[in-house]
Design a protein around this ligand. Sequence first.
Ligand code: 1GP
Length: 240
Amino acid sequence: MSIYHQILSFDHPRVVVLLDPGKQDMHSTEKIVGLCNASSVPFLLVGGSLVQDFLDDYLLMLRKYTTLPLVLFPGNLMQLSRHADAMLLLSLVSGRNPEFLIGQHVAAAMYIRNTGIEAIPTGYMLIDGGGFTSVQYMTQTLPIPSDKTDIAVATAVAAELLGHKLIYLEAGSGAKHPVPPAMVEEVAKNVNIPIVVGGGIRQPQEIENYARAGARVIVLGNSVENNPNNLQKILADLRW
Ligand code: 1GP
């Protein structure tokens, strides 16, 4: 089954872990992956803001520790690898930078087609998380203000109308304020495609709030990277 169909068929929302190849040491990666193997985490996201020349090797190393699918979450479309199972083909629909709406996609298109990697077209929406984030800086775009739910809804609906298959609501890595659950709820009411939420999420209660709001996938990066044991605790504390 394709990764996208797996997401569609989840019987309840799932926590997914984001591994940044530029930040991980082998020991903690092995530990995080081991915890994911023993849990309901359905796949691993791999990506970061900067291009790493060892992405291929990193994915092959992950394969030694897990049979979970590996899904690229590329900070830009130079971060591609034939060793991934799928990729989120992100269009930064909250921004107005053509490079991240179509430019990089054109540059990467034939590579993606020729490798046969599953590409999941994703409307990627940066929501203000209370600080200047890497995504903002690297893409030179403005986030949607966190109290402008109507703009977020209209952006998500536009992304769905344009044919995107996922909506990714992103507050940015390490965000002070994760995406407001009320915004997730309104977006979920207005689109028929699965919603992914990430950025600054640390607590089981936040994850439960997103699940109730209608998110299908909740992404954890820093909180697990900084302390792999957090994942065990978060998953154990969830009341699903
Ligand atoms: C994925 O950028 C996030 O959407 C990851 O954010 O590192 O803050 O969990 P954290």
